[in-house]
Design a protein around this ligand. Structure first.
Ligand code: FAD
Length: 407
């Protein structure tokens, strides 16, 4: 079986660190024999492929007919460096430069457009506002606004609803389609391939690498497998005999409604309840409203429940001067978390040459440039880029070893 392997692979272990050596010019690569198979073509898999593909032969395998079909295509597209656990905040700050100045030719459109984000607190929620400020500490980008100032940023807010707003002006809307397309074009430009309608249903060791069995078609042979399978990451890990990470996919729903006639939403802030009970955000001239729900469910093509949407509208209409008569669109997506809500990035202890890139929760778009650059450096055995470390990222916070929940 080893002789059938048409690629060169070296795996060196230095205190849990493995160094990947790509195929030489002489080694054979076919459509089904690659250096690195990345399972999942959401933002995690595609952005990683962009950073790996200049150095290795990469195949992205995606069960759906198009990339970004699941969580990635269903996000609220907010860039907020004050949102999420510490490691996410560091990765999001480290992603800012990429969003503002992507590589030449990455996208014909700007990846980000400035938009303030305000966390609002009613008088009974002031302790939550204090807790948020304490959590962010000295580096907090949030400024406190009194009700009069806050209504300048969110004119539809009912006058007596909020007692305080904590606003961040370093935030933005992300053009997720442009980001995804840019990473995809970069990957393809460096020879990476994307296979859609390719569902991985099993995995077995083959020499130092892996043979991936697909629901349809020939198996794929890869020296390294990356698990970027979003809500399915624990299922994919189990196929490889890797540790379980206790991933919980959680449904979040959203609806688009018309803004009040004559009201221009463009300058309005995205407004998030400080206890994350709902949020309202301008979206292409309309308003996006979410109940900010986190309902645990099995990985699937998730749909919104009527109750989710009704709850979101009710909470939003209590806070905002809105009278919603019609819902223009609604959807739901799965935000997948491990216990500490921090992503899982690194080599498996149990499955050789199997790399985790999972658990991005509700922050996978805003952190994707730095997260994938970091993951690529680890896979390729390179130095972690200093601009990421400078943000104070604790690499241990991301390791799978912190949370393996069962053998
Ligand atoms: C309503 C909502 C709002 C959000 N808002 C924001 C936001 O404002 N900002 C932000 O940064 N993030 C936000 N997020 C979170 C963000 O969308 C996710 O963190 C991110 O998209 C996760 O990317 P992913 O690539 O890991 O997962 P996915 O996009 O789900 O991609 C995983 C892919 O793996 C594929 N796959 C799974 N199993 C297999 C298999 N066996 N074989 C082949 N393919 C497989 C799936 O088909 C899927 O396409 C939001 C999410 C939701 C749902």
């Amino acid at each position: 079986m080893r002789s059938q392997l048409a690629f060169l692979f070296l795996s060196v272990i230095f205190s849990n660190k493995k160094i990947y050596t790509p195929m030489t010019q002489n080694s054979q690569s076919t459509d089904r024999h690659v250096d690195i198979a990345v399972i999942g073509a959401g933002i995690a898999g595609i952005s990683l492929a962009a950073f790996l593909s200049p150095h290795a032969r990469v195949l992205l395998v995606e069960q759906e007919g198009q990339p970004g079909y699941h969580a990635t295509g269903r996000s609220a597209a907010i860039y907020a460096p004050s949102y999420g656990p510490p490691a996410i905040r560091a990765l999001t700050r480290a992603s800012r430069a990429f969003f503002q100045s992507p590589p030449q030719g990455f996208s014909p459109y700007p990846l980000v457009t400035p938009r303030s984000v305000c966390f609002i607190a009613r008088s009974d929620q002031l302790s939550s506002a204090d807790a948020l400020m304490n959590e962010l500490g000295d580096v907090s980008p949030l400024r406190r606004l009194a009700p009069a100032e806050m209504r300048e940023l969110a004119p539809l807010l009912r006058p007596n609803y909020a007692a305080l707003a904590l606003c961040d002006d370093s935030t933005a809307d992300i053009d997720v389609a442009a980001l995804l397309q840019g990473f995809l074009m970069q990957s393809k430009g460096h020879g990476a391939r994307l296979g859609t309608h390719q569902r991985v249903v099993g995995m077995e060791r083959q020499g130092e690498g892996w043979r991936l069995h697909m629901a349809q078609g020939e198996p794929v042979h890869a020296a390294v497998v990356v698990n970027a399978a979003g809500a399915w990451a624990d299922e994919v890990g189990a196929m490889a005999g890797a540790e379980r990470i206790g991933l919980l996919p959680k449904r979040r729903s959203a609806a688009i409604v018309q803004a009040p006639p004559g009201f221009d939403v463009r300058g309005m802030a995205a407004v998030i309840d400080v206890d994350e009970q709902f949020y309202v955000k301008p979206d292409a001239g309309n308003l996006l409203i979410s109940p900010a729900n986190e309902d645990v469910q099995q990985p699937c093509d998730v749909q919104p429940e009527e109750l989710d949407i009704a709850l979101g509208l009710d909470r939003a209409m209590r806070a905002f001067d809105l009278d919603v008569k019609r819902i223009q669109a609604k959807w739901a997506g799965l935000r997948s978390f491990v216990a500490d809500k921090t992503p899982v990035v690194g080599w498996s202890d149990k499955a050789p040459n199997f790399f985790w890139l999972a658990g991005q929760g509700g922050y996978g778009i805003q952190s994707s440039p730095a997260l994938s650059e970091l993951a690529a450096a680890q896979i390729l055995g390179r130095e972690i880029p200093s601009h990421i470390l400078q943000e104070g990222l604790d690499l241990n916070a991301l390791r799978v070893q912190r949370l393996a929940v069962s053998a």
